[in-house]
Write a protein that binds this ligand. Structure first.
Ligand code: NAD
Length: 291
């Protein structure tokens, strides 16, 4: 396939490289001056999109996605497919899909989980929203860049699944960290705490697969001085998206709101910026009951 790829950062760069390595004809564009193995570089987003069967975007936020979409949708051939893999707000995902469909294109919102390791290893999970035809067109590319693609429903369903998942993740990480901090203050050995909880009803991905306590459980960013991994800043972005969606859908999400407030405090007023999102554990360790 002839593929246009716009946004070649930490995630988009290796994803585009994997498509080129699999034999696709990939033309890329990024605001920054980047070089990606096997990818031809265009002078603008519209130039990268022109004549492509599929255009993929991997951009920082919904505002940038809307601006790039306004540039590339008119440049794309009718019948081509627009796949946005960025994590953005549900409203932007739906608006861009509607514009693309009005212009005679197929559209898929397909945010990913799996981080930069998944992007370079080709093991991402895609959560997709859009028509059956649009998903079918994008699926062979998801299979190269990832190990799993779930068609979640109509336009915006991919973003909805992503932010609901990450709201659970943020809330669960905080619960796991505060429980470890309490266990410490009760004099409980961390390994014993892990041995019990990881095989009891408190088990979770944050405890069992990404344990925030160094030296306990499988290797995780806690064992590397809390270098990300998944940065607290990105968790804050996703929690904000979940609260924006909750407001727009009139949903009651008190735990998500509290998780957003705690990550905002951690990233903006404490030392959480640039740390892994599991660094909430040393944060709780330093605090007392009434703080
Ligand atoms: P990044 O900042 O490394 O990459 C974004 C790229 O977009 C940059 O290279 C930037 O120059 C480019 N860009 C910005 N505006 C542009 C424009 N107008 N035209 C062309 N290029 C433009 O970010 P990333 O880590 O690659 O994340 C990309 C998306 O993936 C985000 O929405 C993020 O939330 C999501 N995501 C990231 C991770 C992760 O672990 N990094 C995991 C899952 C999802």
């Amino acid at each position: 396939m002839k593929i246009g790829f716009i946004g070649l950062g930490n995630m988009g760069g290796p994803m585009a490289a994997n498509l080129a390595k699999a034999g696709h004809d990939v033309t890329g564009f990024d605001m920054a001056d980047v070089t990606i193995a096997g990818v031809k570089m265009a002078g603008s987003a519209a130039e990268a999109a022109k004549g492509a069967d599929v255009v993929i975007t991997m951009l920082p936020n919904g505002q940038i996605l809307r601006a790039v979409a306004a540039d590339i949708i008119p440049a794309m051939d009718k019948g081509a497919t627009f796949v946005d893999c960025s994590t953005v707000d549900v409203d932007s995902a739906r608006a861009v899909a509607q514009q693309a469909e009005e212009a005679g294109l197929l559209a898929v919102d397909a945010p990913v989980s799996g981080g930069t390791g998944g992007a370079s290893g080709g093991t991402l999970t895609f959560m997709a929203g859009g028509s059956d035809a649009a998903f079918a067109k994008a699926k062979p590319l998801f299979d190269i860049m990832g190990q799993k693609a779930v068609h979640c429903g109509a336009a915006g369903a991919g973003q909805s699944a992503k932010i609901c998942n990450n709201m659970i993740l943020g809330v669960t990480m905080i619960a796991t960290c505060e429980a470890f901090a309490l266990a410490d203050k009760l004099g409980l050995d961390r390994q014993k705490m892990f041995d019990v909880v990881s095989t009891s009803s408190g088990y979770s991905w944050t405890m069992n697969a990404y344990c925030p306590a160094p030296g306990v459980g499988p290797q995780s960013p806690a064992d590397n001085d809390y270098k990300p991994g998944f940065a607290a800043d990105l968790m804050l972005k996703d929690l904000r998206l979940s609260q924006q969606a909750a407001e727009s859908a009139d949903a009651d999400t008190p735990m998500g709101a509290l998780a957003q407030a705690l990550y905002a405090q951690f990233v903006e007023n404490e030392d959480g910026k640039g740390m892994d999102f599991s660094a909430m554990l040393p944060r709780f360790e330093k605090r007392g009951h009434s703080e």
